[in-house]
Design a protein around this ligand. Structure first.
Ligand SMILES: [Zn+2]
Length: 305
């Protein structure tokens, strides 16, 4: 474009062979900059996908986890995929949102209630990157997920504390756990994600238990978040008083099945959250829960009130 403009202004060029060219290059650059800004503005207003907001959907998948994240610039992340029987609900939900591709897929840890539906998700959608903690689990569900990933020639990026994902210029995504490499409980391998959108932060904890919580606290990384996905379906294995104090959430989301055999969520954890003045949202009572951030404030809406 620069050369094009210079060539099409021969009268000035004829007057002086050096100085006007320099002046023109400035003009051309200003024009180029203006046109680029105009182009970006037009593209943003015509695609209809770029909302500028961050949306985090906590899907009602019963006693399991499945979280869909839609970034301000229209990228999609999926954190966990419920049980095997939830695959259809998750896939239909994504399609209803207009999702055609999952840019980042995170399996927090290899338990069935977090990866059960992921095989069909991987088979259904084009997938960008896959993140999983470095631990194996000898179940058919886990094996089938790895086979589906291999079938699509995808590679797994090990999820570990300190890893930052380049998702969207307006959204910072960082793994806070696992900090260590060897745990007694498979839950403590859980990938924990901190999403930062302007001043609004979400902490997604998988099923991380108090061992992992202590490590996150010891790491010195600020844990404060506006929305906390309560770890391990509200079990008293997690959400220790010191961890909750460090996170200081305004909203807590518990992904849990009605009448589940584990008696989740624990009364103790519900009381602890209530005493801390946290607004509690439960998928067994509220259905699918959607938290929307504009970068300054967060609003939470539920399917059932
Ligand atoms: Zn779980």
């Amino acid at each position: 474009m620069f050369r094009f403009l210079r060539r099409n202004n021969p009268s000035q060029k004829a007057r002086n062979r050096r100085r006007p060219a320099a002046a023109l290059s400035g003009t051309a650059l200003v024009l180029l900059g203006f046109l680029m800004l105009l182009w970006i503005a037009l593209v943003q207003t015509t695609t209809g996908e770029i909302t500028g907001t961050l949306q985090v959907h906590f899907l009602d998948v019963g006693q399991a986890d499945a979280i869909v994240i839609q970034t301000p610039e229209g990228q999609t992340m999926l954190v966990d995929g419920g049980n095997a029987g939830d695959a259809k609900y998750i896939i239909d939900y994504l399609k209803k949102l207009g999702v055609e591709r999952i840019d980042h897929l995170v399996a927090t840890h290899p338990h069935e209630d977090h990866i059960g539906g992921l095989r069909r998700v991987v088979e259904t959608f084009p997938i960008g990157k896959v993140y999983m903690p470095r631990v194996v689990h000898t179940t058919a569900t886990y094996e089938n997920l790895l086979l589906a990933i291999a079938e699509k020639n995808l590679r797994i990026t090990p999820a570990r504390a300190g890893l930052v994902i380049e998702v969207d210029p307006e959204l910072e995504v960082e793994f806070l756990a696992p900090v260590g490499e060897d745990y007694r409980s498979l839950n403590d391998y859980s990938a924990v994600l901190l999403l930062t959108h302007g001043e609004v932060r979400f902490l997604l904890t998988g099923d991380a238990e108090t061992t992992s919580e202590s490590e996150m606290l010891a790491s010195g990384r600020p844990l404060q978040a506006d929305v906390l996905k309560v770890a391990h379906h509200g079990s008293n294995s997690s959400t220790s008083p010191s961890f909750l104090e460090a996170v200081r959430p305004r909203h807590a989301v518990i992904s849990v099945g009605a009448g589940n055999r584990y008696n989740h969520p624990s009364e103790l954890i519900l009381q602890r959250l209530a005493q801390a003045g946290v607004r509690i949202w439960r998928t067994d009572q509220h259905g699918t829960i959607v938290a929307t951030s504009d970068g300054a404030t967060v609003t939470v809406k539920a399917e059932k009130n």
